[in-house]
Design a protein around this ligand. Structure first.
Ligand code: SAM
Length: 245
């Protein structure tokens, strides 16, 4: 019953096409009307994760312009759009059709604002499991929270198999303290928190990457009052013997 490939995944899809879509579009947007203090704090934390991801990618020897990027679980396009602005060739996909059409709408205004440099992403409604092909860079931000432990590890191995040069993943870290907060949250669930949240240990994520032939070369930790994320940048183990990063 815990498998993300089963009933849980349908619940996640339904949530992000309805109340979850409204809630997260508000959090990831820029308007402040009707956005509460907790949502503004999460907006700020998430913006820091996106900024840290962009800065890791800019600092890497893989040039973003012309790179192929798979943004797995793209949400409203918070990362896909700035990547496309820098000339990356982006596949932006999400399990939620509502999210994908919002991302597409935002990409169209970005395109109108910078027609010469913006490279329109390819948008697809699909789940992470069905992604295929090869990309220079695979990015998956704040999605693993919807995956139970074993499913998350399997998903990381799958995402890594699609990447050639970089894998960037952010996740809510499982530590005693955050575990405790989560338990408190489960005792007092908010009205719109319809899905379960899974935290992950750094060790689990690193193990899954290593099993797929990747090692973590860069780490970030983003925290605000209500938002916590670890960000890992991984490189292929074999290639790292031949060039340093
Ligand atoms: N990555 C985006 C970002 O950081 O702005 C969105 C993060 S949002 C918290 C989580 C997203 O993951 C939602 O848009 C949701 O629809 C998507 N998602 C959840 N489970 C998924 C799955 N199995 N396949 C694809 N997308 C999924």
């Amino acid at each position: 019953a815990e498998a993300a490939g089963g009933g849980d995944k349908e619940a996640v899809r339904a949530y992000f096409n309805s109340t979850g879509f409204e809630r997260w579009r508000k959090i990831y947007g820029s308007a402040t009307d009707g956005v509460n203090r907790v949502q503004l704090d999460i907006r700020e934390g998430h913006a820091q994760t996106v900024a840290a991801t962009l800065s890791m990618l800019r600092d890497s020897p893989v040039p973003l312009a012309g790179a192929t990027v798979c943004d797995a679980g793209c949400g409203t396009g918070s990362l896909a759009i700035p990547l496309a602005s820098q000339g990356a060739s982006v596949l932006a996909s999400d399990i939620s059709a509502a999210m994908v059409s919002e991302a597409q709408r935002q990409a169209e205004s970005a395109m109108a604002a910078q027609p010469d440099t913006f490279r329109m992403p390819r948008f697809e409604v699909r789940d992470l499991e069905s992604l295929e092909g090869k990309y220079d860079i695979v990015v998956c931000l704040d999605v693993l929270i919807h995956y139970p432990r074993e499913e998350a590890k399997k998903m990381i191995r799958h995402l890594a198999s699609l990447a050639e040069k970089r894998v960037l993943i952010s996740f809510a870290p499982k530590t005693l303290y955050f575990d405790f907060l989560k338990r408190v949250g489960e005792l007092f669930p908010g009205p719109s928190k319809a899905t379960r949240a899974y935290l992950h240990s750094e060790r689990d994520i690193e193990d899954a990457l290593r099993e797929a032939g990747w090692r973590v070369a860069n780490r970030g930790f983003i925290s605000t009052q209500f938002y916590f994320a670890k960000l890992f940048e991984a490189v292929p183990i074999a290639a790292s013997q031949y060039f340093t990063t």
